[in-house]
Design a protein around this ligand. Structure first.
Ligand code: NAP
Length: 398
């Protein structure tokens, strides 16, 4: 094992840390280096779900990427170092990284960890070897451990492949309230927080909101990073997330903002619920799921969204009942909260659901990603299920 190779892998793992799980999940955090004649000429990392993979980012940084043709330019990079095995499956968004490495004319690939996803594990390395590239993996166990430590969100999502990765988001006062008692919540948080929320929408496959929020806030649920002040605009290529609406099927008015421009509308309804005319006219899909005593069957709704609408990353923007129901059913993977310097009082807490039986049964929060955004404090956490999560599932279905 050469010290040079270990040092290069260390640098690739460092590149991976430039993006947090808040942006990349359910994809992994991955870093890469592009070399020519033994010298590093490009650094790259996977910056966000839906953005370029680390290998493409490193090729771009090295000047070895044809932006118009959307493929690697041959003859510039001859060696690639990457913290995770390059992907080989043809996804809908980008060419597989193995193809980009072949196009670039890379002769040697230095790999950290094998992909823990059993659908891919090792197949990228086999493909590169079969194409005649030298593939070296000097420290597979150490790198697998390092990769796991960097990627709890990715590994959590991998364990639940039948539904999307679910991120709950709210803006709250210092005393943890989502809105004043009359239901008004615009605007608790500041302009910097709201700009970040637009970025988080843009990197999600879909945004979900409940009927109570539709009634109270009349949101459009579109990604509008261009509304941020110039210094805060970070992603000009805005993708519009699909919009998933839960309930309210019989009463929505045609002038509601949700019927304006934006991503597809998917309405989640009970099996025999009446549907208002504007929804019938303008919903792109009606998704009927069974009713449970406390609302619609959210597990089934999420599984259908993954299976039939290819939603892998779901951004949930309220309200309190929807947050509470997802939490109680064990269907939330992470939470991001924008805490604003205001005291609202009143009774609208962020998650309206009966409390867990004890603190030991409640989910714990880990892997914090914290940022100061103007006067607000953003804190994002992964949920670690409590010891009593089976009871929580039972409670949600009661
Ligand atoms: N500060 C923030 O970041 C923020 C964000 C969002 C919302 N808010 C505030 O939150 C308030 C709205 O919250 P909310 O709790 O009243 O309403 P909500 O959570 O937005 O919506 C609840 C509705 O969703 C539908 N639903 C269907 N299945 C469900 C299930 N299994 N569990 C729960 N709901 C289900 C039901 O509608 P049907 O009865 O029609 O079926 C239910 O009444 C507003 O005041 C809003 O301003 C604040």
């Amino acid at each position: 094992v050469s010290q040079r190779d270990l040092h290069l892998l260390e640098k690739a793992f460092f590149e991976a840390t430039r993006a947090g799980w808040l942006w990349t999940a359910p994809n992994p955090r991955v870093g890469a280096l592009a070399l020519a004649g033994g010298h590093v000429i490009g650094h790259g990392y996977h910056a966000a779900f839906g953005a370029a993979h680390a290998e493409e980012a490193a090729l771009r940084d090295a000047g070895a990427w044809d932006r118009e043709g959307k493929r690697a330019i041959p003859g510039i990079v001859d060696e690639m170092v990457v913290s995770l095995e390059p992907c080989s499956a043809t996804g809908k968004k980008r060419p597989p990284c193995t193809q980009s490495l072949l196009d670039a004319g890379v002769r040697r690939v230095l790999v950290g960890s094998v992909d823990p996803d059993p659908r891919h594990a090792g197949s990228g390395l086999d493909l590169l070897r079969a194409a005649g590239l030298q593939v070296d993996q000097p420290d597979p166990e150490g790198c697998a451990q390092r990769f796991s430590e960097q990627n709890p969100a990715f590994l959590g999502a991998l364990a639940r492949p039948s539904r999307p990765w679910v991120l709950l988001k709210w803006a709250a006062s210092l005393d943890g309230k989502l809105a004043a008692d009359d239901g008004t919540s615009q605007w608790i948080s500041g302009v910097e927080s709201r700009a970040e929320v637009h970025q988080l929408r843009a990197v999600s496959d879909a945004v979900l909101a409940g009927a109570g929020t539709l009634r109270a806030d009349d949101p459009s649920l579109t990604a509008r990073p261009e509304e941020a002040p110039p210094g805060l605009r970070t992603d000009p290529a805005t993708r519009q997330p699909k919009r998933v609406l839960l309930g309210g099927a019989s009463e929505v008015q045609s002038e509601a903002r949700i019927f304006g421009e934006g991503g597809a509308r998917i309405w989640v309804l009970g099996p025999d619920q009446d549907v208002a005319a504007p929804i019938l006219a303008q919903a792109d899909a009606l998704l009927r799921v069974p009713k449970q005593t406390k609302g619609l069957d959210l597990q089934q709704a999420l599984e259908t969204l993954a299976r039939e609408h290819q939603i892998r990353r779901l951004f949930v923007e309220g309200g309190a009942q929807v947050h509470g129901a997802l939490l109680a059913a064990g269907l939330a993977d992470a939470v991001v909260r924008y805490e604003a310097p205001i005291l609202l009082g009143g009774s609208l807490a962020a998650c309206a659901a009966p409390s867990f039986a004890s603190p030991a049964a409640a989910p714990r929060l880990s892997a914090e990603e914290r940022a100061d955004l103007g006067a607000d404090l953003r804190r994002a956490f992964l949920l670690v299920p409590g010891g009593d999560s089976e009871n929580a599932q039972t409670r949600a279905g009661e």
